[in-house]
Design a binder for this molecule. Structure first.
Ligand code: HEM
Length: 456
């Protein structure tokens, strides 16, 4: 650390310091602070010392090169534990490492083509029940679709989870997270405020439903390769999970894998509805390549525009828009030094909209990805699934689910944004569209299923 300058003096700002501006408008805060104070911006969030990092190289340092010096913030872990127990997302240290190895070993046992077949059949059934024409609250439809996919792939195709209850519980959790992170003086959950009562009721529904799902799946002799199957049949006895660990891992999977999927699909639909030329281009590519049949994972490499639409959505609306860590020891970034205990905020929202890395950064331009941009970007500039040892454990499934679902929606429907209401991102642990996503659906004329390119 010698030769480093101490962190610049704490910013002023009354009792709350920077927390006042952060609470008022998180995304605006993430955009303005780096412009005013640079890529390494010391903050004071009430009595917490923090730093906002807005350069890709520094993000890479925290998540990858120096990752052992940081962990997820304890406040965040405490809140997440109510909903995910000690599953991967909210765990730390040697316990997390062991769990991550076990889950990864279980995931290797899944047959990805069978997995994609399950996703396609859930999507097919669900879209058949969508209205053919008219204004819809699309986000609600997508949350239920994402939950149905997660339920079938996690517990098996015959699972019958009460999706509406789970969708409501997830909304309550997101509201709880928004409140807890913005307000360090938030009442602990046992204090009977209205929000706390709603959150505790949602937790009871959540855990009861997941326990029942495990019991039901366990008593049926279903043959589907679900995550539950894979976790229950480890290769070695040492990898066997206790029933509590199993429950926590499945709760983690359902929460993390549903919220991010629904949100990313929602933002893709929003962007396609706002950009008819891009929507037509995507529909043409799908018709030409698939001729009306559902895509399989092997098709994705032959659908470059689809892949680019998804990348562009993840760039403009990154679900990990602000990743948090806490320093376990003193560290330095650039030429500034920070003490142990500093909260570190990685500003992915700003980085993925920064003109230093992306031309015309606010434009939705899927074609920017067609000439090798991904390889040219500095590391840390586009990491929609995080990076380093804590990167997304479900990314290989997201990379199957996102293209399959978006292709199926585009093959069947034209999307148009209903003009009356503005849609904004609601920053919680993820980025939801708010207050809703009003979209006009119109069923497209069916392209005959000619089996085009049918080598899969
Ligand atoms: C669009 C889809 C997705 C996006 C953008 C996404 C993004 C992320 C990000 C950025 C992280 C890292 C958070 C951090 O470093 O603090 C993460 C972690 C995680 N994600 Fe995802 N995710 C997606 C889908 C999924 C799916 C489908 C699953 C499971 C089915 C999943 C399971 C997880 C888990 C378990 C973790 C915690 C890993 C750990 O800490 O060991 N994610 N995700």
């Amino acid at each position: 650390m010698s030769g480093n300058e101490p962190a610049s003096p704490m910013p002023a700002g009354g009792l709350l310091g920077d927390l006042r501006a952060l609470r008022a408008d998180v995304l605006r805060f993430l955009e303005t602070v780096p412009r005013q104070r640079g890529d390494v911006a010391p903050l004071r969030l009430a009595w917490y010392r923090a730093v906002l990092l807005s350069h890709p190289e520094h993000v890479h340092q925290v998540l990858v090169t120096d990752c052992a010096r940081f962990q997820k913030p304890p406040r965040f872990r405490r809140a997440a534990r109510r909903i995910c127990g000690r599953g991967l997302f909210a765990n730390e240290g040697p316990d997390w490492r062991r769990q991550r190895q076990r889950v990864q070993a279980a995931l290797q046992r899944l047959d990805l083509d069978q997995y994609a077949g399950t996703v396609n059949s859930v999507v097919d059934q669900t879209l058949a029940g969508w209205p053919r024409d008219g204004d819809q609250e699309m986000f609600g439809l997508l949350v239920r679709l994402a939950l149905a996919i997660r339920a079938s792939t996690t517990f098996g195709t015959r699972s019958a989870l009460p999706l509406t209850d789970l969708a409501q519980a997830t909304s309550v959790f997101m509201d709880y997270f928004v409140h807890t992170f913005r307000w360090p003086l938030a009442w602990p959950l046992w204090v009977p405020t209205g929000r706390n009562r709603r959150t505790r009721a949602a937790c009871r529904t959540w855990w009861r439903t997941l326990r029942q799902a495990i019991e039901v799946a366990g008593t049926k002799n279903h043959s589907v390769e679900s995550l539950l199957d894979a976790l229950q049949h480890p290769d070695t006895e040492a990898d066997r999970l206790t029933s509590r660990q199993l429950l926590d891992e499945l709760a983690t999977w359902v929460l993390t894998g549903t919220e991010t999927l629904a949100n990313t699909l929602a933002w893709s639909c929003y962007l396609l509805a706002r950009h008819p030329a891009a929507r037509r281009c995507l529909a043409d590519e799908l018709d030409r390549t698939l001729g009306g049949r559902p895509p399989m994972p092997a098709d994705v490499a032959r659908l470059p525009y689809l892949e680019s639409v998804i990348r562009e959505t993840l760039r403009l609306f990154p679900q990990g828009y602000m990743l948090g860590r806490k320093a376990l020891e003193p560290f330095s970034v650039g030429r500034q030094a920070f003490p142990s205990g500093t909260a570190v905020i990685l500003n992915q929202w700003f980085i993925s909209r920064d003109s230093r890395w992306f031309d015309d950064p606010l434009a939705f331009e899927p074609r920017r990805w067609s000439d090798g941009l991904l390889e040219r970007l500095p590391r840390g500039a586009f990491i929609p699934y995080g990076a380093g040892p804590r990167a997304c454990a479900g990314r290989m499934f997201a990379r199957i689910e996102l293209p399959l679902v978006l292709a199926a929606i585009t093959q069947r429907f034209d999307l148009e944004l209903s003009p009356e209401r503005a849609v904004r991102p609601l920053p919680s642990i993820t980025l939801r569209p708010s207050p809703a996503l009003p979209i006009r659906l119109r069923q497209r004329a069916q392209v005959p299923n000619s089996g085009a390119g049918g080598d899969t």
